[in-house]
Design a protein around this ligand. Sequence first.
Ligand SMILES: C[S@@+](CC[C@H](N)C(=O)[O-])C[C@H]1O[C@@H](n2cnc3c(N)ncnc32)[C@H](O)[C@@H]1O
Length: 290
Amino acid sequence: MKLKTLQETFHHALDGDYDSREVDHFFFMVCEYYFNFKRITLALEPDYSISETEAIPVLDALESLKRHEPIQYVLKSTEFYGMEFQVNNSVLIPRPETEELVAWIIESELGQTTKPLRILDIGTGSGCIAISLAKKFNNAEVYAVDVSEDALAVATQNAKHNKVDVNFIHADILSVETYKNAHFKLPFDVIVSNPPYVRDLEKLQMKANVLDHEPHLALFVEDHDPLKFYKAITKLAKDNLVNDGLLFFEINEFLGDEMVDLLKAHTFTHVELRQDMFKRNRMIKGIKEL
Ligand SMILES: C[S@@+](CC[C@H](N)C(=O)[O-])C[C@H]1O[C@@H](n2cnc3c(N)ncnc32)[C@H](O)[C@@H]1O
């Protein structure tokens, strides 16, 4: 089968559900993954033929895409902060705005320090935040917590794949008992979290690829207490950060003011909201002062 015929099969099956450029992008990604073709090869050699056996995984991938499975789950991998991460449907697919949060941490006052650091990432999922920080700060001892054992298995693989050490811990951050028993070495210099923050009212706007495939445990929080993770983590941070320690969160863009109030109420200073590349309030930082 010629590559161009295969590409037409993709368009025939997916145009309508996705825009045409996105369909080409999927096709290129799938071919790159299965045949290690570079995009340019595909563009320059549309008459290149592959055997029926070679076409099987590509057509299987197409079936998954028809069911709106995200391309990252179909290919079982994604890129975050220049590194490759394995993903499956027990972990959230790392997002570009989370890369911006990691960049903020790296550019902060910590970027210059050579002193030993202790960092905690809460709700680590694929491990993307913890692993990126461990890669950047080789002076850091990094801890990462998740309530999902399946997510921790993926994160552990990702740390190994990216050749960094992270101490992964199974704990429920909403239960004081579980994290009291966790084997953290205290205190921390930095606590960071991207916890679940999507409310029911925002669920309605979500696309099928997110809603039907990504883990609800990673996404949703009840409408009546949308800051419940942030409250628990801010309290934990107040009690377990060094003086001058930093707290960073990714946040719900509609709850920026509430988050500023929460951090200030816990005596964090220099509280700063930051917008992502789409000009939405998506990150916050505070400094613990005694
Ligand atoms: C929004 S995802 C973030 C994943 C990853 N840090 C990222 O930025 O891509 C939230 C994570 O919090 C975890 N989580 C949910 N409830 C939790 C709890 N009670 N205690 C600890 N982790 C929890 C989920 O399993 C999920 O991995």
